[in-house]
Design a protein. Structure first.
Length: 434
């Protein structure tokens, strides 16, 4: 005699509250934060391998998943599902399988709608804040893994964004690791299209090889000294437009190191700030301080005037010939520490000429780079801020359409990124203000 199996009692009210069409909530079990659920019956189960409808129950299992109620508010909206389901064995091919459900990925511990909620909240909040919203039911580490997986899936499915004829690469530095912001330059406006996470030099070489694309005709460089060696391996058929402001940054680094060493014991206030300020921007009240510092330090004086001369060239109608004259003067009678920089400038003069012909002003991209670096360094995690910039691109890229052509994904205007990082910085300052 076959044993009769009682049908479970379904709580229709809580089933409607849950709002998942694939599941029903069992009555007289659980509480407001725990729902005992099982799949809704939908005809016979078919083997996914051979299509046979003759299947037997192989095993009953229970999964615990975190979920969020769609219309609830406050802490009570975060619930736990005790999901009872079955695996089946095909009577024909003996294949053991479990049905695929849409409300959660196989082996996942979060429902898809909770994952979507966590991703949206992570755009404007730290992982710790999002975890706090869920009453610590989802840890910050789990949220970060979720975001990383989501980004990877987006990268695999999205259309390649590098469609402009000119590609800009800006580097940033954080704790001895380096990363790259990839920019499209369209109508003289930079758009962020990708953020390559913090990497070492070898990883950067690997990442840069993906830019060997026929659509890219030029690369605008604004890189640090360490990054320069990496870009030396660039594809030879792509022209590099070298911003001469890069060399001014190198000269400033040499000037700062020497000034810090030679003026260590001077009692004058703000002496380093005065030395690092170009002559045309220095205040009248600082003239005496600068004169006294340089008076008995000929080596420092020579370095300062070399840097000041290069600054004047770059901000007042710079040209290839003026830069060649400056470099030759340094090689003839300049500070020895600046000679390698001057020689490199001469070696890169063809690419500087391309940069000039493209109509870019000197140090234009350096200014953007400094702003981004300044904001990110004030944040707790540089990589976290730049990953949020990547998320902003993936969600809401700007597009452009010329005539009847297919709209192209440009990315996010760099001003949006800067403003976003500003807001994050202000928020964190408010949080950590004693």
């Amino acid at each position: 005699m076959s044993r009769r199996v009682d049908e479970p009692v379904i709580d229709q009210s809580r089933t409607r509250q849950l709002g998942l069409s694939e599941l029903v909530v069992l009555a007289n079990l659980g509480d407001n934060l725990t729902f005992y659920v099982q799949p809704r019956k939908r005809g016979c189960t078919v083997c996914p391998r051979c299509g046979c409808s003759k299947t037997t129950i192989h095993m009953s299992r229970v999964r615990k998943l975190r979920d969020i109620l769609p219309h609830a508010q406050g802490a009570s909206r975060f619930i736990e599902l005790d999901f009872s389901f079955r695996s089946y064995c095909c009577s024909d091919c003996k294949y053991v399988f479990s049905p695929v459900y849409q409300f959660a990925a196989p082996k996942a511990r979060l429902t898809r709608r909770l994952e979507d909620f966590l991703i949206r909240e992570s755009f404007n909040r730290s992982f710790e804040s999002v975890s706090h919203i869920t009453n610590q039911t989802v840890s910050p580490a789990a949220i970060k893994l979720l975001i990383d997986r989501w980004i990877q899936e987006k990268d695999q499915t999205r259309v390649h964004p590098y469609t402009a004829s000119t590609l800009g690469l800006l580097s940033y530095q954080s704790n001895q690791t380096y990363g790259i912001l990839v920019l499209n330059i369209d109508d003289e406006k930079p758009y962020l299209v990708d953020v390559l996470s913090e990497t070492g030099a070898e990883s950067m070489r690997t990442a840069l090889r993906q830019f060997e694309i026929s659509d890219i005709q030029q690369i605008v460089l604004d890189l640090t000294e360490t990054s320069w060696a990496v870009m030396a391996e660039k594809p030879p058929h792509i022209a590099s437009l070298v911003d001469p402001g890069f060399f001014y940054n190198l000269v400033q680094e040499q000037l700062y190191d020497l000034a810090k060493k030679d003026t260590r014991w001077l009692p004058m206030p703000n002496k380093l700030e005065v030395i690092m300020t170009p002559q045309r921007k220095i205040l009248a009240t600082q003239q005496y301080t600068l004169k006294q510092i340089l008076k008995q330090r000929p080596k420092l004086s020579k370095m300062y005037h070399a840097a000041d001369a290069l600054y004047d060239i770059l901000v007042s109608g710079w040209s290839e010939q003026l830069l060649i004259d400056w470099a030759n003067q340094i090689l003839t009678n300049g500070p020895s520490s600046l000679m390698p920089i001057a020689q490199r400038m001469l070696d890169c003069m063809p690419n500087i000429l391309l940069y000039e012909k493209a109509g870019f002003p000197a140090m234009k991209f350096s200014t953007i780079n400094e702003q981004i670096t300044g904001y990110t360094q004030k944040l707790r995690s540089c990589s976290s801020a730049l990953e949020k910039a990547r998320l902003l691109y993936l969600i809401a890229p700007d597009t452009i359409q010329v005539g009847e052509s297919v709209p192209q994904r440009l990315g996010v205007p760099i001003a949006k990124i800067i403003n976003m990082l500003k807001e994050q910085n202000l928020t964190q300052e408010r949080i950590y203000t004693p």
